[in-house]
Every structure is written in structure tokens, then in C-alpha cells.
Design a protein around this ligand. Structure first.
Ligand code: ZN
Length: 239
């Protein structure tokens, strides 16, 4: 049976001498795995479709529950992501998070459109802010949303506290005295609130604020999903 899907490549793996196995995030059919033949040969017609972050309409043939890509027409190559190392790792970090947050067969259309928008924003620059926004959104729609309002224990405002705590189990910030979570900075709290369009204090956002927020997101996602999140570690090292 033949189906057409709008999809973006999350991951590629070599298979046999000339083939690859792609992990695709599709708008219509969630995340799925599909083989693509002959793409390592020079001049292969579908070489483009087996590149990381390629966004295309893929024609898939299903046989015995396995998909094979038989044709593709490119919507957007996001070429800049493959030529700029910071952009590449920012996009890879998002792809790794998407892989960890989705299961084959789940409907992921909101995540698909958010991911495609993120890739376009990364190409345009400002990748850290775009990545923080995307990861926060992806966590929220997957049931792991961060609580960025008042203290999760006593309800007091955290905007003027110098030291906070972040609880990795509940995803909530608390006053330092109230909680038992890991120490967290108000810089991180304010950067995350800014990302979510909540009131924040610009005076508390330092030059390394985005890096700190990404460090917290990395630890939180690793803790919740049991993934090492190497590409985000590499991106944080680069910025
Ligand atoms: Zn409190």
C-alpha cells in the first residue's frame, strides 16, 4: 500500500552498503521508521531525502508493517543547518528531544509543525532562544510542562527571590527555603518566564542566561526520559 506523508528527518542510520534507515516525524502518521534504498550511491535521485532535517513529501510503500521510501519531493532542505555547527547541534538537540518524547503511532501533528517552525527559526539565527521555546512547548504538550508561576509549595512570588530551587519530579520552581529540589538561579527562572511571555525582570537576565536555561532543560529532560541528550550537551559546550 502506498501513502504520502509530509515529514521531516529526525535521524538517519546507515543500513547495508548503500541504504539508510530514516526516523521520520510526519504530520499525518506520527513518528515512523522507513528504509530508503541506494541513497549512498553517487548521483542517487533520493539522496536529498535521506539528509538530516530534510522536509519533504515522502511516498511510502508498506509491506508487512515495514515502510520503504519510494519517492520524495522536497519542501525545504534547511541547508544552513548542515553547514553551521551551532545551528546543526541546536537542530540535533531538538530532534533528539522529539525522538525521546514521541512513540511510533502517536499523533504528533502539533509537534511536527512546531519542529518545522523551529528549524526555520534556527536557520534565521537566534537559535538558543528558539530552542528554549521549542523544548518548553514540547515538554508541555507531552505532559512534562514546567511550572513557572509562584512557588509550588507556599504560593509566594519568586520574582524577587535571589535563590530558588527546581524540583525535577514536579517540574516546579520553589523558594529556596520551601523546597527540597536542586538549587536553581533566578536568571534561569526569568529566562524561562520570558520565553513563555510571562512577566519577568530584565535586570536578572545575564549574558549566559540562555545557556543556563538550556542546562536546566537538559537535566530535566534527561531525568524525566532517561536519555543522555548528548547533542544538547554539545550545543551548550559550543555557545
Ligand atoms: Zn515557597
Amino acid at each position: 500500500m502506498e501513502t504520502k506523508v509530509n515529514a521531516v528527518v529526525l535521524r538517519t542510520a546507515d543500513y547495508k552498503e548503500n541504504d539508510k534507515i530514516l526516523t521520520l516525524l510526519t504530520a499525518e502518521a506520527g513518528k515512523l521508521t522507513a528504509g530508503i534504498k541506494g541513497v549512498k550511491k553517487s548521483g542517487a535521485k533520493l539522496k536529498f531525502a535521506a539528509q538530516p532535517f530534510c522536509f519533504a513529501e515522502y511516498v511510502l510503500t508498506e509491506r508487512g508493517g515495514r515502510y520503504t521510501v519510494t519517492n520524495a519531493s522536497e519542501t525545504e532542505s534547511f541547508y544552513d543547518l548542515r553547514t553551521d555547527i551551532n545551528k546543526f547541534y541546536a537542530a540535533s538537540a531538538a530532534a533528539e528531544a522529539v525522538s525521546a518524547l514521541t512513540y511510533e503511532g502517536d499523533n504528533c501533528s502539533r509537534l511536527f509543525y512546531a519542529f518545522v517552525k523551529l528549524l526555520s527559526e534556527i536557520c534565521d539565527g537566534g537559535e538558543s532562544a528558539a530552542l528554549i521555546k521549542f523544548l518548553t512547548f514540547a515538554l508541555k504538550i507531552s505532559g512534562y510542562g514546567l511550572a513557572l508561576d509562584n512557588c509550588g509549595e507556599c504560593g509566594a512570588s519568586l520574582l524577587n527571590e535571589d535563590k530558588l530551587r527546581f524540583d525535577f519530579d514536579s517540574g516546579a520552581f520553589t523558594c529556596f527555603g520551601c523546597g527540597t529540589g536542586a538549587g536553581a538561579s533566578r536568571v534561569t527562572y526569568n529566562v524561562l518566564r520570558k520565553t513563555e511571555n510571562k512577566p519577568y525582570d530584565e535586570d536578572f537576565i545575564t549574558a549566559d542566561g540562555e545557556k543556563r536555561a538550556l542546562r536546566l532543560l537538559r537535566e530535566y529532560i534527561s531525568y524525566k526520559l532517561g536519555v543522555s541528550f548528548k547533542s544538547l550537551a554539545e550545543y551548550i559546550r559550543l555557545i
